[in-house]
Design a protein around this ligand. Structure first.
Ligand code: FES
Length: 290
């Protein structure tokens, strides 16, 4: 179709200006977002620039579609036979005129391409903030790699082997990592007549104690409720329960994986120690399991 210039109506020129302004706004928004990211001005400015860019592109395309493209329907009556009738010629002329409404398409197309480029760039730039892959770091906690580590309370006090009453529960941490969310564990003193059954790691118990990760394998809530008679741990978030004498096997609720077990021992001075890391990765398994 031919470009139209001075023959455009006032309404068409107005719409065309609107489209150009929208695309220019999108371009500025995209560039502004990239600049805000590069200068570390804050996420709100990056997001604001992106929002302006997307709104500009969207608004410009809507205005273009409504104001510059031919609308409505055209019905061409087919004459029975013979040469084109006068009204057929008139319809053709009408279509050509309306097609010419999209004047300066080169300018509009260039503005659209520029706006889309700036918007796309602005949308991609935040991916530069993605950190390195964690590798297998999420599979290990502070209990790993430091030899036997004493279990300590929140106050940093080492736990002696006879400190906990039968049926008691204590939240413990590695000595140098008090408060570490991944390493927190629940230490439980079982009754003397309780036999730890398979598949629990019997060798991981010490002097009637067992210890499991306190991080629920469903969604990561702290599993801190213990029913001593039933020997079950409960998660208060969605009511999962775990069998303490069977390796914290899930009994009920949405958790599908046992709580990882902490291997225990007793050092020369009579304090409980962990002889290694948990038996499995702690917490929910979204990142590696089906
Ligand atoms: S987080 Fe424990 S049951 Fe949902």
């Amino acid at each position: 179709m031919a470009e139209s210039g001075s023959g455009d109506g006032a309404a068409v020129r107005r719409v065309r200006r609107t489209v150009l302004v929208a695309f220019a706004g999108a371009t500025l928004g995209g560039i502004g977002s990239v600049v805000a990211y590069a200068l570390d001005l804050g996420q709100h400015w990056v997001g604001l620039g992106l929002a302006v860019a997307f709104l500009g592109v969207g608004g410009g395309l809507v205005a273009w579609g409504h104001g510059l493209m031919p609308g409505g329907g055209d019905v061409e009556e087919r004459p029975p036979v013979g040469p084109p009738a006068a009204d057929e010629r008139a319809a053709g002329a009408s279509l050509r005129d309306r097609g010419a409404m999209v004047g300066r398409r080169g300018l509009l197309g260039g503005a659209l391409a520029t706006a889309l480029s700036a918007t796309g760039l602005a949308a991609l730039v935040p991916t530069l903030s993605l950190g390195p892959s964690p590798g297998d770091a999420l599979r290990h906690t502070a209990w790993a790699g430091a030899g036997a580590q004493r279990l300590v309370t929140r106050e940093g006090r080492a736990v002696a082997v006879d400190e906990l009453q039968v049926g008691g529960l204590l939240t413990v941490f590695p000595r140098d990592h008090v408060g570490d969310a991944d390493a927190q564990a629940v230490l439980i003193r079982l009754a003397d007549d309780v036999t730890v059954r398979a598949p629990a790691e019997v060798s991981a118990t010490a002097a009637g104690h067992v210890a499991y990760s306190k991080v629920c394998t469903h969604a990561g809530c702290p599993v801190g409720l213990y029913e001593a008679i039933e020997q079950q741990l409960f998660c208060p978030c969605h009511q999962s329960s775990f069998d303490v004498v069977e390796g914290a096997r899930p009994l009920m609720g949405p958790a599908a994986r046992p709580l990882p077990q902490l291997p225990l021992g007793v050092d020369d001075e009579g304090f409980l120690v962990a002889t290694g890391d948990f038996s499995d990765a702690v917490g929910p398994g979204w990142w590696s399991r089906p």
